[in-house]
Design a protein around this ligand. Structure first.
Ligand SMILES: Nc1ncnc2c1ncn2[C@@H]1O[C@H](COP(=O)(O)OP(=O)(O)OP(=O)(O)O)[C@@H](O)[C@H]1O
Length: 256
């Protein structure tokens, strides 16, 4: 597999061990620019480890991870990459607006951009409240706003919708789609399947291996399952039976 300029991320034969145990066991895939990729799989399968490798904070044993044409972790990527971890990383003793303004100031963004971002994550009414007075879902959205405000080229979101009600989740996914349409590439991890249909491509990870790398509709078609939960289970069972299922579609074959 070669890296193409249309790839925001290209991962080749990636192997990662943690505490001497293999966690990622030889992954290869690509994420086209302007696509939304869902990273799915059971707890402990390696999603966060893969995300860490892409954002450049994970030591890798072998293979390569190329992000926006540069090796992951390159200093030049810092301003081009937004990463929202599972635990919200915002300052408790500042308001939402102060937090977003602070992260925005690092990249020289305007006050209007700060206000727009707060609106995009549905926090206008709470903008001047201290973060330590917010609910879990509000904190998560404040953290998301801090990553969005700099308008990164690649946005990596680790379980961004945990604890959010269905309406907010729908609004956020609409926003993610809008960002992708404008050229941002998104990687969104989750261990729930119901949001996966909003993605252009899905990476299904199990025990450090890719079980599938293709659009949701194709995944349902090749497994004969009518929902992604069932498709995932069918893939697991087929793998255990030693069967081969056609679950990789080259990124270049998929229109985004
Ligand atoms: N700091 C660490 N040191 C050693 N092993 C770790 C460390 N963090 C995670 N692991 C192990 O690496 C494996 C993958 O963990 P990872 O956090 O990547 O999974 P995940 O798919 O993101 O899980 P979850 O959905 O529960 O967040 C697990 O077996 C986990 O126990």
């Amino acid at each position: 597999m070669t890296t193409e300029t249309s790839d925001a991320v290209a991962v080749q034969d990636l192997v990662v061990t943690r505490a001497r145990r293999p966690v990622l066991r030889g992954l290869s895939f690509r994420m086209p620019v302007g696509s939304v990729t869902g990273l799915l799989g059971p707890s402990g399968c390696g999603k966060t480890t893969l995300i860490r490798a892409i954002v450049g904070v994970q030591r890798i044993k072998s293979g390569s991870v190329t992000v926006l044409g540069l090796p992951s972790g390159s200093a030049a990527l810092r301003a081009r990459l937004g990463y929202v971890t599972q635990s919200p990383s915002v300052y408790d003793d500042l308001t939402i607006r102060q937090n977003v303004r602070y992260f925005g100031a690092v990249y020289g963004v305007s006050k209007a951009a700060v206000d727009r971002t707060i609106r995009d994550v549905g926090l206008v009414e709470h903008a001047d409240r201290l973060v330590d007075q917010l609910s879990g879902g509000q904190r998560a959205r404040a953290s998301l706003a801090c990553a969005l405000v700099a308008e990164p080229d690649l946005l990596v979101l680790d379980e961004p919708t945990v604890g959010l009600d269905p309406l907010l989740r729908r609004d956020l996914w609409d926003h993610f789609r809008g960002l992708a349409d404008a050229g941002t590439t998104l990687l969104v991890s989750s261990h729930v399947m119901d949001e996966a249909d909003r993605c252009d491509r899905l990476l299904l990870l199990r025990e450090g291996r890719l079980l599938a790398d293709q659009p949701p509709a194709e995944l349902r078609a090749v497994t004969g399952a009518d929902n992604l939960e069932a498709a995932f289970l069918e893939l697991v069972l087929a793998t255990e039976r030693g069967e081969t299922v056609e679950t990789v579609t080259a990124a270049s074959e998929v229109e985004v």
